[in-house]
Ligand binder design. Structure first.
Ligand code: UT7
Length: 313
């Protein structure tokens, strides 16, 4: 048994190919003004030859290099994704092989856009239980492969990316850096990627209403369980679904607007990758102080949700 875990580092990867709103306007009946005012996105990245496992591996490599640990230390790899093309081997095993991690417990988890928070909680629980000592947790998506590029209601929203974190058990004299998770589901077909029609479809307004009414309560509960007031947060990183969802929630919570993640503007909605991607970039830019409490809240397909307060490396 361990007292808890802490995050040592983050890493992220985005493909180099940029798809702007103007590019999309050549492909479907849309325009930059609609996309920016309704969703807040200016551009997104689209993978070319990179697979889900490639992107996950690149992000994990960066996080591991920044962690001070080596492949020998890692005994658990958890990958959150809803866009892996293959059922087996799972992406986590492929990432372990790419990085040369010898024999970790390795599994994928699919809760769509809440995936990273679910995976982080699962790895934290494994470390607390003594079933693992150090873990790599990855959120990765290649949504471009499951986007219907003739459907303007979804084609303008999604992007490809990966984000990763390295976790390790805390010592007896340290406080845990991953706070208690608030997680659950509200089963609905409002967002679906089904085998017979392998494209993302969503009832946008239904999900919008659900997110704006349910996420604030989840966020407040995660803060309460961590013993942190929302006004004390050094970072707020909700799933990057829509600026019109993110900003009212931040206002409702009373979070300092300067510490709210708005990576959707340059990356679109990257589902399970959006939280670690946004947080990794904020840390890289020096926007989040080391040790600051940061609230993560994932929500999406299922419908599922998960949130927790973490201490940043
Ligand atoms: O990541 C998982 C969680 N997902 C979410 O949280 C998504 C939540 N939902 C949303 O963010 C928003 O509902 C969307 C961004 C998906 C859509 O925005 P909306 O403001 O709800 O638009 P809408 O679907 O109500 O469509 C409004 C109008 C419609 O035209 P009419 O019927 O008013 O004439 C659409 O046909 O906008 C039209 N429209 C577009 N116009 C230009 C829909 N897509 C586009 C487009 N370009 N790309």
């Amino acid at each position: 048994m361990n007292k808890g875990s802490k995050i040592l580092s983050f890493g992220h990867y985005q493909p180099s190919r940029v798809l702007t709103n103007h590019d999309l306007a050549q492909m479907v009946d849309t325009n930059d003004e609609w996309i920016q005012s309704r969703v807040g996105i200016k551009e997104r990245r689209i993978a070319d030859s990179e697979t889900v496992a490639d992107m996950a591996g690149f992000a994990a490599e960066k996080a591991l290099a920044a962690s001070g640990l080596t492949v020998e230390d890692i005994d658990l790899v958890v990958v959150a994704t809803c866009s892996a093309a293959d059922r087996s081997p799972n992406t986590a095993c492929r990432v372990a092989a790419k990085l040369g991690i010898a024999a970790p417990a390795a599994f994928d988890l699919n809760t769509a856009c809440s995936g990273f928070s679910y995976a982080l909680a699962t790895a934290d629980h494994a470390i607390r239980a003594g079933a693992a000592r150090s873990a790599i947790v990855i959120g990765v998506e290649k949504l471009s492969e499951i986007t219907d590029w003739t459907d303007r209601s979804t084609a303008v929203i999604f992007g490809d990316a990966a984000g990763a974190a390295v976790l390790t058990a805390v010592g007896d004299d340290e406080e845990p850096g991953v706070g208690p998770v608030v997680w659950g589901s509200d089963p609905s077909e409002a967002i679906a990627i089904e085998g017979w029609r392998p494209y993302i479809v969503q009832e946008g307004q239904k999900v919008f209403r659900w997110a704006t009414t349910q996420v604030p309560g989840i966020a407040i509960e995660a803060c309460k369980r961590a013993g942190v007031e929302p006004s004390e947060l050094g970072g707020f990183v909700p799933h990057q679904a829509n600026l019109r969802i993110i900003e009212p929630i931040a206002r409702k919570l009373g979070v300092n607007p300067d510490v709210v993640a708005r990576d959707i503007v340059e990356s679109g909605n990257t589902s399970a990758a959006s939280i670690p991607l946004a947080l990794s970039k904020m840390i890289e830019r020096g926007e989040i102080k080391s040790g600051a409490p940061v609230l993560l809240v994932g929500f999406g397909g299922g419908l599922t949700y998960a949130g927790q307060v973490v201490r940043c490396p």
